[in-house]
Ligand binder design. Structure first.
Ligand code: G4P
Length: 511
């Protein structure tokens, strides 16, 4: 049986239109009935499901973390799980990790701006895991760049084959419609208006003045190849306007037709197939409570195999003893009171008191360990300065907790000195300081640290001991007591790598 689940994320640079597109996807999928309601949708559901009570009482907001909608396609109901990746400002490891839980991604590009830095960064994360990508060139209702230029840029900057599946007939004020290469049809705003009332006329007439461009577009790029796409080597390209709800339907159809159903997940040397009977999954995100009086958290599990049933006992790899999952948050349950089962590709929110950590595997038999959920080397490192030195113990507890949640990474220098925290995005630092104060009653400041980045060290005991002897001032332990080289610059990393060929300086760490 092939699965009808499509679990995906949208990657983009801020302002490219991710929010607008998300709304339109949900709207088209019938999950919301009016545009502009992504937020309001949470309110409506809140009345219904039991877990929303937790949300309400404890102020946890999980509503937008996973958005589910359904659409019939070729006589089959496809369930789409759209995982939210936080935008630019709260860019963090969370964003990276969310991408480990999806089977594919939509890359949204602003037609006028092309590939922007954030898109590129997120793309690289997708590439690490060969996540297949569908490209959506947005805002064709505005003056944009020549589509050829955009496609060539994607191909060059991302070293990816591009295969246009549609083509805009004109842009901005001259926009006349979208030509679908697959069906040969042209979709125009209804009545030829540029107002895009959400309706359109479809015919097979290609405007004469466009004939040449169309032929060039078809001849100039590789043909679509499903295998190349699913391997992450080729991206099919769609055009449209999220704002005007144009081209969005074609995009959903593309996800239904092309995007892979739940993929097998690596566990050491093995691949765990979704068809395995045993229920297995991994935690890719932990969201803490906003209410300082409670320590409740929601751990997000990506289900890999089996059919999950409410109340089932699963064993977290980090704990060793089973927990009963009585009140799972099942995100696709919006139309029912309570969903009782979940399938591979679905996301299950598990309320807990800090027992579940990012990277944990959950399974019935406790034999499988999923791999490939890395920590990423932080890009910003700061020294934590306690305002009240008697609070050392509380600080340590708080830093350990917050690093388990994935808010920060913490490094304890080998020789003296205060703890160092590392983050991938600036906003995480603000979150850290305010949560230390609100939840742990620890007032702390952050100071510049002499280090620019960190690398996990791997090698033989002898090689590590040797290295330690000469580099004590630049060594720290992470929360798992693993040895970390604190580098003053990228050059420093390169230099040490060259000098110590027996050691591996790793920018990611798998748990
Ligand atoms: P983001 O989540 O990727 O950051 O982008 P978001 O959807 O918030 O869109 C950013 C801006 O771009 C918004 O305008 C939005 O209306 C606009 N936009 C999105 N899609 C399209 C499109 O297809 N065509 C055009 N012309 N504009 C689009 P804003 O002025 O910043 O916000 P708002 O006041 O319109 O909400």
């Amino acid at each position: 049986m092939t699965s009808n689940r499509r679990t995906f994320a949208i990657i983009s640079h801020p302002d490219a239109g991710k929010t607008t597109l998300t709304e339109k996807l949900l709207l088209q999928g019938g999950a919301i009935h009016q545009a502009g309601l992504v937020k309001a949708r949470g309110q409506a559901r809140r009345a219904r499901s039991d877990w929303m009570k937790i949300e309400q009482q404890r102020g946890i907001s999980v509503t937008s973390s996973v958005m589910t909608f359904e659409k019939d396609y070729d006589g089959e109901t496809i369930t789409f799980n759209l995982l939210d990746t936080p935008g630019h400002e709260d860019f963090s490891e969370d964003t990276y990790r969310t991408l480990t839980a999806v089977d594919s991604a939509i890359m949204v590009i602003d037609a006028a701006k092309g590939i922007e830095p954030q898109t590129r960064k997120l793309f690289e994360v997708c590439r690490l895991r060969s996540v297949p990508i569908i490209t959506f060139v947005n805002k064709v209702d505005r003056e944009g760049r020549d589509p050829f230029e955009t496609l060539d840029e994607v191909a060059d900057m991302l070293a990816l084959d591009v295969s246009p599946q549609m083509w805009p007939i004109g842009m901005g004020g001259l926009f006349e419609g979208l030509l679908d290469f697959r069906t040969g049809e042209v979709a125009r705003p209804e009545g030829g208006s540029s107002e895009y009332l959400g309706k359109r006329d479809v015919d097979a007439e290609i405007p004469e003045n466009f004939e040449e461009e169309y032929q060039l577009a078809q001849a100039g790029y590789p043909e679509f190849d499903l295998e190349a796409y699913r391997n992450g080597d080729l991206t099919p390209v769609y055009f449209g306007s999220a704002l005007k709800n144009f081209g969005v339907e074609e995009l959903i159809d593309a996800i239904a037709r092309l995007a892979p159903p739940p993929r097998p997940q690596p566990a050491g040397d093995e691949l765990i197939e979704p068809s395995l009977d045993e229920v297995t999954g991994f935690i890719f995100k932990v969201q803490a409570n906003m209410d300082p009086n409670h320590r409740d958290r929601i751990a997000f599990m990506r289900q890999v195999s089996g059919t999950f049933k409410r109340g089932m006992k699963l064993t977290p790899s980090g704990l060793g003893k089973p927990i009963a999952v009585h009140s799972p948050i099942l995100f696709f349950a919006q139309d029912r009171e309570i969903a009782d089962t979940a399938e591979p590709g679905d996301i299950i929110g598990i309320p807990n008191h800090g027992t579940l950590r990012v990277g944990d595997t959950l399974s019935e038999k406790n034999e499988i360990r999923f791999t490939g959920l890395p920590n990423f080397a932080p890009e910003i490192l700061r020294r934590v300065q306690l305002k009240d030195p008697t609070k050392t113990k509380q600080l340590r507890k708080a830093l350990d907790d917050l690093s388990e949640e994935g808010v920060i990474q913490v490094f304890y220098p080998e020789i003296g000195g205060s703890s160092i925290v590392g983050v991938v995005g600036q906003l995480q630092l603000d979150v850290l300081v305010s949560r230390l104060s609100a939840e742990y009653k620890v007032e702390a400041g952050l100071e510049a640290s002499p280090f620019a980045t960190a690398r996990w060290l791997k090698g033989s005991d002898a090689a590590l001991r040797d290295f330690e002897k000469f580099n004590q001032g630049n060594l720290a332990r992470d929360r798992d007591n693993d040895l970390v080289f604190m580098a003053k610059s990228a050059w420093d990393v390169g230099y040490q790598e060259e000098k110590n060929p027996d050691l591996k300086f790793s920018a990611t760490k798998e748990r």
